[in-house]
Design a protein around this ligand. Structure first.
Ligand code: CUA
Length: 335
């Protein structure tokens, strides 16, 4: 509760009278688009209604006046088809650039895993500790890796103008930078059962000092690796699982793609993360968390260029979600 009072007196400004305070770098383009569409609609609703009322009055049926059928007026029809199209392309442009902005993580963004489940949110920080309140440092770029343990949820922070579905069996991403110190709220924006409306969490955007104080209370949540089990990082845990499941037999030690001086039977894993992987069908796929997850669970889904058959068995059911994330962390760390 002390955390609450910390923000007393902080009242972030709303950039629109209909929207909550804007607290992230995403807010400006979203509010810009929102306000533009709103006023655009107001102006045209008023103009069209006024013209309609005027014409109804002016051309109403009068005794003795015969109606004249209206002919085709090509130039007018082209005008009112092309003009709205130009506006729609413009609206698409501002919406799409805001979307791309949210989908692209800044270099060196801090990664936080968001776990949605019936009916609460859990936030996992680098180092493995989890909290039920989301703590963020002001002006630091973040990448959220969102997943669900059960059904479809949606991670929604109105003050940040962000929303992304949490889909079971895959990861979704959202990138942003909180810009104002204060309190925001996470809602679930996808109906997910009885307590959907109670699936809430608090977001605390803190000053660097406050954030440092928070991380000092967090401590590390080390995993246990090896026999006898010793404390280790998630990557180390992933490395252990990688070896335990026999991955190096086909992908080479540390996923090097070489074995006994020659090419290994399985594709190279080191250094692929974040890059485009050419595929056997001539297309290519960006290697992100979803790509690695899919390749582990459904090895046949995407076949790397230079390979025709996949001998790799599926590992669906061999890993828990936490173990899968550890292996993904390990593959991400391979250089
Ligand atoms: Cu979770 Cu609605």
């Amino acid at each position: 509760m002390t955390r609450l009072t910390m923000f007393e007196g902080v009242q972030p400004e709303a950039s629109s009278w209909q929207l909550p305070p804007a607290m992230s770098d995403t807010a400006a383009p979203v509010d810009g688009a929102y306000n533009f569409i709103f006023w655009f609609s107001v102006v045209f609703t008023v103009a069209v209604t006024a013209a309609m009322v005027f014409f109804i009055a002016k051309y109403k049926r009068r005794p003795g006046v015969k109606s004249e059928p209206t002919g085709h007026f090509n130039r007018l029809e082209i005008f009112w088809t092309v003009t709205p199209c130009i506006f729609i392309v413009f609206l698409f442009h501002i919406g799409f650039s805001a979307y791309i902005h949210n989908a692209t993580a800044a270099e060196g963004a801090t990664e936080i895993r968001v776990h949605g489940k019936k009916w609460n949110w859990e936030f996992e920080y680098p180092g493995g500790s989890r909290t039920s309140e989301l703590h963020l440092e002001v002006n630091r770029p973040y990448k959220m890796i969102i997943s669900s343990q059960d059904v479809l949820h949606s991670f929604f922070i109105p003050e940040f103008r962000l929303k992304r579905d949490a889909v079971p069996g895959q990861y979704s991403f959202i990138a942003f930078k909180p810009t104002v110190v204060g309190e925001a709220h996470v809602f679930c924006a996808e109906y997910c059962g009885t307590s959907h409306s109670g699936m809430l969490a608090k977001v605390l955007v803190e000053t660097p000092e406050q954030y440092k104080e928070f991380t000092s209370t967090l401590g590390k949540k080390p995993k246990l690796c090896g026999t006898p089990p010793v404390e280790c990082t998630e990557e180390k845990w992933g490395e252990g699982l990688f070896a335990e499941k026999g991955c190096p037999t086909c992908h080479g030690v540390s996923g090097s793609g070489t074995l006994g001086g020659g090419k290994s039977p399985g594709p190279k894993l080191a250094g692929i993360f974040g890059h485009d992987q050419p595929l056997a069908d001539g297309s290519s796929a960006n290697v992100d968390e979803n790509y690695i997850r899919e390749s582990i669970l459904r090895p046949n889904a995407k076949i790397v260029a230079g390979y025709t058959t996949v001998q790799m068995p599926t590992f669906a059911g061999s890993f828990t979600d936490d173990q899968l994330e550890a292996v993904i962390s390990y593959v991400k760390s391979l250089k």
